[in-house]
Write a protein of this length. Structure first.
Length: 152
C-alpha cells in the first residue's frame, strides 16, 4: 500500500505541477519565476530557484509527521513529492537547462519531446501567452515529433 501511495503521489504531482506552474508561477508569484524566462539574473542562481525551498517545506513536514506517527501515509505522500522533486531537478535543471552538461546529444525520443516542449514554453518571455506548463507529460504533438521517427 505504501508503494502505491508513493507512486500515486508522484503521478498526481504532474497535474499539481501544471496548475502551480500556470496559475502560481505565471500568476501570483511571477516575480520569482520571471528571471527564469527573461534571464535577467546575473549569477548561476535565479530567484526562481526559491521554488525548490518552497516546495521542500511541505515535503519535509509530511515526511516528519508521517515518520513520527510510525511511518504512516503522510510519510509516503511526502516521499512521492520528494521523488517527483528529484525527477524535476534532474530533468529540468540538469538535462533541459544544462546546469551540468549532461545528455546534451541524446537521441531518446521522450527526452527530445520534453526538451522541445520546454523550449516552446520559454519562447514566451512574459507572464502571458504561455504554453506547455507540464513537466513529464507535455502535449502529444511534441511526442509525435520524435516517436516513430528513425533517429540517425
Amino acid at each position: 500500500m505504501n508503494v502505491l501511495i508513493t507512486v500515486a503521489t508522484f503521478v498526481l504531482m504532474e497535474g499539481a505541477t501544471w496548475l502551480i506552474h500556470k496559475y502560481i508561477m505565471h500568476g501570483l508569484l511571477w516575480s520569482l519565476h520571471k528571471d527564469h524566462h527573461d534571464h535577467s539574473h546575473t549569477s548561476d542562481l535565479e530567484r526562481n530557484d526559491l521554488f525548490f525551498a518552497i516546495f521542500a517545506i511541505p515535503t519535509v513536514v509530511l515526511m516528519y509527521l508521517g515518520s513520527a506517527r510510525g511511518f504512516n501515509y503522510l510519510f509516503f505522500i511526502g516521499l512521492g513529492i520528494l521523488c517527483y522533486g528529484l525527477a524535476y531537478f534532474f530533468v529540468h535543471d540538469l538535462f533541459i537547462h544544462q546546469r551540468l552538461k549532461i545528455l546534451r546529444n541524446t537521441s531518446n525520443p521522450y527526452l527530445l519531446a520534453i526538451r522541445r516542449a520546454h523550449k516552446q514554453h520559454h519562447r514566451h518571455t512574459g507572464k502571458e501567452k504561455g504554453e506547455c506548463f507540464g513537466f513529464l507529460w507535455v502535449p502529444v504533438k511534441y511526442f509525435r515529433l520524435y516517436f516513430g521517427k528513425k533517429n540517425t
